[in-house]
Design a protein around this ligand. Structure first.
Ligand code: CU
Length: 222
């Protein structure tokens, strides 16, 4: 009986450790809500929060004008398990306070999006700049990035399209982080890069020793 109780405590501790290791990356992936502010619809698709003139609060002027043409479709999927869709470009780099013009060309027979998250909400509703192109259509829009060094998530938010390959990172200045699982750019789940080597082994050892002491205290004595 005593042994059973000890085993149960050990299993609980192990489960607790496993739960701590799981990571949530999408702090920048905000709820999309229902606001229609700054949206333009037409037969090509949709442009949300295009901004050509209004400077972010920490910019005194536009540092550079950059133009990207991004193509989307199955044609651009990287050759690895699970990838079906793709973008022609998975990483974008601009200077702080750059004005960015994006032309989004959808070569597929289904709708796709080029959705960037994490912009200041006083300027971009829900912190997003969002292009959506219907099958075979092209849409374009412009936005101005703040002065901060930052890495923004870009993806297609249609169900399963990001998981199937439509994920990119948009880096302003030196960036603030590296996103995981950006096709052809970053590792699938690179949490070990965020901590010094051996961190998990150390934490695991401490947990095992604590569990042993705890269970001994509880049921180890006659
Ligand atoms: Cu898509």
């Amino acid at each position: 009986m005593k042994v059973c109780f000890q085993i149960a405590i050990w299993i609980l501790v192990a489960l607790g450790c496993a739960a701590n290791i799981s990571y949530a990356q999408h702090e920048e992936h905000q709820q999309h809500g229902t606001s229609h502010q700054g949206m333009q619809f037409d037969s090509q698709g949709m442009v949300m929060n295009s901004n050509h003139d209004e400077l972010p609060q920490n910019c005194s002027e536009i540092s550079e004008d950059v133009a990207f043409t991004v193509r989307a479709g199955t044609e651009y999927a990287v050759t690895e398990a699970g990838r079906v869709f793709g973008f022609s470009q998975y990483e974008f780099r601009v200077k702080p306070c750059a004005r960015v013009a994006v032309t989004f060309v959808n070569e597929d027979q289904v709708r796709h999006q080029w959705m960037l998250h994490g912009l200041p909400r006083y300027l971009y509703a829900q912190g997003m700049f969002h292009l959506e192109a219907n099958a075979g259509e092209t849409v374009s829009g412009t936005f101005i990035v703040p002065a901060d060094d930052a890495t923004y998530l870009v993806h297609c938010d249609i169900t399963q399209h990001m998981e199937k390959g439509m994920k990119a990172q948009f880096i302003v200045g030196t960036g603030s982080a590296e996103l995981w699982s950006v096709p052809s750019i970053t590792e699938d789940f690179n949490i070990e890069k965020r901590m010094p080597y051996g961190t998990y082994m150390f934490v695991g050892l401490i947990a095992i020793i604590s569990a042993a002491l705890f269970s001994h205290m509880l049921v180890g004595k006659d």
